[in-house]
Design a protein around this ligand. Sequence first.
Ligand SMILES: [Zn+2]
Length: 204
Amino acid sequence: MNIYYKAFGILQTNCYLISKQDETIVVDPGQNATKWVLDTIENTPVGIINTHGHYDHVFSNYELKKRLKVPIIIHKEDRELLNNDDFNVGLPSSKPDITFTHDMVIHLNSFTFKAIHLPGHSYGTSIYDFGNFIISGDFIMDGTVGRYNLHTSNKEKQYQSLQKYLNLYASRHDASQVKVYSGHGEPFSLEESLETVKKWLTFF
Ligand SMILES: [Zn+2]
């Protein structure tokens, strides 16, 4: 498995390409990500997954869907954010093909990963667990957690989600080996992310 990433837009949001043998998943294509995605994909694209619906993570959904003709996947609670330009940035409207409402294992061609719903930053915020690495979006970043004071956020849910994350992962013995790829900044280990969560839980 190869992971390529590059930051786009004014918020420097990471877009990821997860490539395995002959297939690739696109994660969170932000503003102006289309050319890089098309130039970098080295095999067959099989889907676009969004960690949540904020414009800086989904801006190029529309263009890429048109070019790649692959399904867009996002948690159901954020589906409306894809066609609602409520940050007034000229977001091209897109529509998900697959939504999920609870934690589930997703099979996308040769890929198998788990979608875990961790609302708070937005109501549909989710992470995608591929086993030896995790795509965390804005749920957790290096040393910090996603903002939960936006109009799309909920502080109480964020608190519950941080606890859920801790319950899910605190006992993983290989936490120092598992990489977390987040929406902004460089990757870090699952072990480091658990420390970040513990620190943030004390602020609630
Ligand atoms: Zn966000």
